[in-house]
Design a protein around this ligand. Structure first.
Ligand code: MLT
Length: 304
């Protein structure tokens, strides 16, 4: 009998992969063999002595103390690609959101409630404050060409954008299924300095922490729109706020709420919604559960 602790709500389709005569699965288990987790912060957690594996139903592993796990021989799995389509869809939506001031327009239109016959006239007078540019023909830089970055780059090409890609860790030629219409950036600085829109898709680590900082903001075109669906710590907030104040960044869309960024008119903050679709939650849960079963029952370590 294997025991599995779930630290977040995990889609049923994943849990169904564990036959109940062989597995006990619960939130409260004192000495689990394995843990299934989504975004629960495990960094300060004490590990049970039986713990052999942690599976994250998601791509990033920055909520798991990977070094400590390696020291203790605990295997860490993640589910790269399983939520890529969900994140990609929200990134594409955010390209439009960063341009068209839709969200401000919506709350302004709501505020006209009660104005009766004046509504149409007020709309005609006030709507110009919400105008914004089209994305067609504009240049998008994609930093990070894993599953999500590649999907975003390819779909942005079909939206009529000029797309340039860069990955700090892999050669662009090995980026799987990347459209031949995506230009290869000679360097990160080349991408940063030539784009109207920039979207970040690299994992967070000590190597990437703060990679978008004052040096990079100083290179950006005036009025650039920056999207971050990777992790908050990739961008230095103090430098970002300065770049917003001096007009370099027209809009920052982030999926990672941080106190100092809330309430800023040029920042759209989403509550970590990139992977929050039933389809992606199911894909991640099924992939994570299969990895755990394969490991516990056969000792296989396969991260896909
Ligand atoms: C990821 O790292 O893939 C996302 O953070 C997943 C999630 O929202 O749980």
């Amino acid at each position: 009998m294997y025991t599995i602790q779930t630290l977040n709500k995990i889609s049923l389709k994943g849990l169904e992969l564990f036959p109940r005569d062989n597995y006990e699965i619960a939130t409260e288990i004192s000495n689990p063999d394995a843990v299934l987790v989504r975004s629960y912060n495990m960094l300060e957690m004490d590990f049970s002595k039986n713990l052999k594996a942690i599976a994250r139903a998601g791509a990033g592993v920055n909520n798991i103390p990977v070094d400590k796990c390696t020291e203790k021989g605990i295997v860490v799995f993640n589910t790269p690609g399983a939520n890529a389509n969900a994140v990609k869809e929200l990134v594409l939506a955010s390209l439009f959101l960063s341009s068209r001031k839709v969200y401000k327009g919506i709350s302004w239109a709501q505020s006209l409630k009660g104005k009766g016959d004046e509504v149409a006239q007020l709309v005609e007078k006030g709507k110009s404050q919400f105008a914004g540019p089209e994305i067609k023909g504009k240049k998008l830089g994609v930093i990070g060409l894993g599953a999500i970055g590649v999907m975003v780059a390819n779909d942005a090409v079909s939206l009529g954008m000029e797309v340039i890609g860069y990955d700090p860790f892999i050669s662009i030629d090995s980026a799987w299924e990347l459209s031949s219409s995506v230009e290869k950036a000679m360097s990160l600085d080349h991408l940063i300095s030539t784009c109207d829109y920039i979207t970040i898709h690299v994992p967070y680590s000590s190597k990437t922490s703060g990679m978008i900082n004052k040096d990079k903001f100083d290179m950006m075109k005036k009025g650039v729109r920056l999207l971050n669906f990777a992790r908050g710590g990739l961008v230095v907030n103090k430098d970002l706020l300065e770049a917003i104040d001096n007009g370099t960044v027209a809009c920052y869309v982030t999926d990672f709420p941080e106190d100092e960024l809330l309430g800023n008119d040029n920042i759209i903050t989403l509550p970590h919604l990139g992977a929050s679709t039933p389809e992606s939650e199911e894909n991640c849960a099924v992939m994570a559960a299969s990895q755990l079963r394969d490991f516990l029952e056969f000792g296989n370590i396969k991260n896909s």
